[in-house]
Design a protein around this ligand. Structure first.
Ligand code: AMP
Ligand code: ZN
Length: 469
């Protein structure tokens, strides 16, 4: 299995630290709002990587954090007049719902920064003791980048160039830095912000330290794969490497994987540019399986431009697969026969070749685009060879094979019953009528019925509103 490693800029053969096991850490979102579909790209891409490892029989320990202490969370909390925890907990819950709707498996562990402060204090102290960090007069603790000889190895930046670059930018409040390229491990609290006690000052951690600490706690000092979006290469992952390797004295991660951006009009989709769609918004128009299929239709290291046309194409592509499986299920009830016929034996050989093609694509740095092409070819084979004249063994073989490969992609082959708007409106009208007649039991029954169909009602002053859950 070959993985493109950002560290070496080469595709390398994957050799796990421990045979049969994969330890991987994926940087998760900062939780101050609903996630947008750009944030969904690493979730889907690396969930698919995980699924392929599992398909190959590996036991995967998958850790992905929630950054729940950050300037943006605090700002949002102040705007709403609530505490930061209320904001982060709310959006962690919402993010988990989106992940489930995209069929992204829950991580083995989803640590949260605020629950791991003790570990961070410990690692920062170790870094100070080893001369890799220092506390400035105001209590800010900085990592001394010059002390880590390999600083820049991931992003392929030269520390001297970096330092001269940084020198141009004078940041107020960071006068205590020995060197402009040093970065923050711990910073003093500001009025009204959440803070923790520490030997240096009451304050909170810098962003990078959380991942070094949580990765070590849940996966150990050395891991196989560390992943995230390509904007994290520098400075986040570069700094993580410096912290972890300086503290532990060992290579941190063997393979660094980075997904390219999801763009819109060829610009990165981002909250700060305001050019984003949330996953929740997309779910009002499409089944999120379509979004997942769309994401996987490109290689994870290729930029992907979001457009309505491509989403429609993905919807049709997915539909072709689901229809084929539906047809196989239909035929399955009508056929018998345990032994492949001679012709079927040939078809099975062709199908096995396509499975081989699928695996070869996935083993070439997880080329999901080519893997999907192999699934389409399998669908074509199925459509042209499976019929009521087939043996049950053959129909079952095709169905299981397509389902297994789709499962690696995180695609559920069972079609969800489509709920029509008109159907929902009719039930809502019936519920209103029941309420008018004070038949509240019936009204509740209808609400539940709608809920079972995935429809959530909200009674507002302007009347009843509904949405798909
Ligand atoms: P953030 O909440 O901004 O820290 O982002 C969480 C994850 O989403 C990180 O791995 C980012 O690299 C990734 N990400 C953010 N925006 C995009 C985008 N437009 N395309 C792909 N990945 C993104
Ligand atoms: Zn991280």
């Amino acid at each position: 299995m070959k993985i493109f490693n950002t560290l070496t800029r080469r595709k390398e053969e994957f050799v796990p630290l421990e045979p049969g096991k994969v330890k991987m850490y994926v940087c998760g979102p900062t939780v101050y709002n609903f996630i947008h579909i750009g944030n969904a790209r690493p979730m889907i891409a690396f969930d698919t990587v995980r699924r392929y490892f599992e398909y190959k029989g590996y036991e995967v320990n998958y850790v992905s954090n929630f950054t729940d202490v950050d300037d943006k969370i605090i700002k949002k909390a102040i705007e709403e007049g609530v505490d930061a925890e209320t904001i982060s907990q709310r959006y962690i819950e919402e993010c988990k719902k989106d992940m489930a709707a995209m069929n992204v498996k829950p991580a083995t562990t989803h640590p949260q920064a605020t629950q791991e402060i003790c570990g961070m204090l410990e690692m920062i102290q170790t870094l100070i003791d080893k001369g890799h960090a220092y506390a400035a007069q105001d209590g800010t603790v900085y990592f001394r980048t010059k002390s880590f000889k390999e600083y820049g190895k991931l992003s392929h930046k030269n520390l001297d160039e970096l330092q001269s670059g940084f020198r141009e930018i004078k940041v107020t409040g960071e006068e205590g830095k020995e060197d402009p390229s040093d970065f923050v491990l711990w910073k003093p609290k500001k009025e009204g912000e959440p803070y923790w006690e520490s030997p240096w000052c009451q304050g909170r951690p810098g962003w990078h330290i959380e991942c070094s600490v949580m990765s070590r706690k849940y996966l150990g000092e050395q891991i196989d794969i560390h992943a995230g979006g390509e904007d994290l290469v520098f400075p986040h992952h570069e700094n993580e490497i410096a912290q972890s390797e300086a503290a532990n004295g060992k290579t941190f991660a063997n393979y660094w994987m980075h997904n390219a951006f999801l763009n819109i009009d060829n610009r990165k989709m981002s909250k700060s540019l305001g050019n984003f769609f949330t996953v929740r918004e997309i779910s009002e128009k499409y089944d999120l399986q379509v979004l997942r299929f769309f994401m996987l239709s490109a290689h994870y290291r290729s930029p992907l431009n979001f457009s309505a046309d491509l989403m429609e194409a993905s919807k049709n592509g997915l539909d072709r697969i689901l229809t084929a499986v539906e047809r196989l299920c239909d035929v399955d009830g009508k056929v018998s026969g345990a032994e492949f016929t001679e012709a079927e034996q040939e078809h099975v050989a062709a199908a096995k070749e396509l499975v081989g093609k699928f695996e070869a694509a996935m083993e070439d740095d997880f080329n999901t685009a080519d893997a999907i092409t192999a699934i389409f070819e399998l669908v074509k084979l199925s459509n042209s060879t499976a019929s009521e004249e087939s043996t049950k063994t053959y129909v079952d073989y095709l169905k299981d094979t397509i389902e297994k490969l789709c499962d690696v992609m995180g695609i559920i082959t069972e079609r969800k019953a489509e709920v029509l708007d008109s159907e929902v409106e009719e039930l809502i009208a019936a519920r209103q009528q029941a309420r008018k007649e004070k038949n509240f039991a019936r009204a509740d029954e209808i609400r539940q019925q709608l809920l079972d169909m995935g429809i959530v009602l909200e009674d507002t002053r302007e009347g009843v509103k509904w949405k798909r859950a």
